[in-house]
Design a protein around this ligand. Structure first.
Ligand SMILES: Nc1ncnc2c1ncn2[C@@H]1O[C@H](COP(=O)(O)OP(=O)(O)OP(=O)(O)O)[C@@H](O)[C@H]1O
Ligand SMILES: O=C(O)C1=C[C@@H](O)[C@@H](O)[C@H](O)C1
Ligand SMILES: [Mg+2]
Length: 178
């Protein structure tokens, strides 16, 4: 597809619990679709020149959520991109609304059993998980799951290779009107 045509298409917005692979998959999907990739957390890290954990500890979560919302509002006005959101972005109704109106919201779903294998790899860089037991995290996982029911497309990640997931997303995208 020509870049000019792509620029008119809605952006693809990746949502799902922290650590399911929105950033990892978003990059690969953008490559496959020849779209520009934007990661909301990374944008905030650039703006504040701090890691997400530092933004949380320095300014607090409420500040982070406000800035996260502001940047998502700006980014969702842009077309033709693949944009990975942070795992907690859909906590905010304004964020849900602006994403569902302007983009194609793709939910990366995963079972808790599969997801919990990732805890050791992500715990240090996800402040929301700090100080929580596995039971607490499971509860958070289930509460957040409700929020992610607001989507246009869903892909289940359990037991699948990245390539397989990308192919199924590309197929689903080809079936919907943009
Ligand atoms: N398909 C996969 N298979 C195995 N490991 C993966 C897969 N996708 C991502 N990971 C690993 O899981 C961890 C989290 O991935 P990633 O940062 O992409 O998640 P995320 O959904 O963007 O998280 P966040 O909501 O915190 O931004 C990383 O260590 C990554 O290497
Ligand atoms: O799920 C969450 O609340 C978060 C997920 C990450 O992407 C970051 O946005 C931050 O660590 C908060
Ligand atoms: Mg991410």
């Amino acid at each position: 597809m020509l870049r000019k045509e792509l620029a008119k298409e809605k952006s693809i917005l990746l949502i799902g619990f922290m650590g399911v692979g929105k950033t990892t998959l978003g990059k690969a999907l953008a490559d496959k679709l020849q779209r520009e990739f934007v990661d909301v957390d990374h944008q905030l890290e650039i703006i504040y020149n701090m890691k997400i954990t530092e933004i949380f500890s320095h300014y607090g979560e409420a500040f982070f959520r406000e800035k996260e919302k502001e940047i998502i509002k700006v980014l969702t006005e842009q077309k033709g991109k693949v944009i990975s959101l942070g795992g907690g972005a859909f906590l905010q109704e304004d964020v849900r609304n602006v994403c569902l109106e302007n983009g194609i919201v793709l939910y990366l779903d995963m079972s808790f059993e599969a997801w919990k294998e990732r805890i050791p790899f992500i715990i240090d860089s996800r402040p929301v998980l700090h100080g929580k037991s596995e039971e607490d995290i499971k509860e958070l996982f289930n509460v957040r799951k409700e929020l992610y029911t607001n989507h246009h497309l869903k892909v289940t990640m359990d037991g699948k290779e990245l390539e397989e997931i990308i192919d199924s997303i590309v197929h689903s995208l080809s079936l919907i009107k943009k």
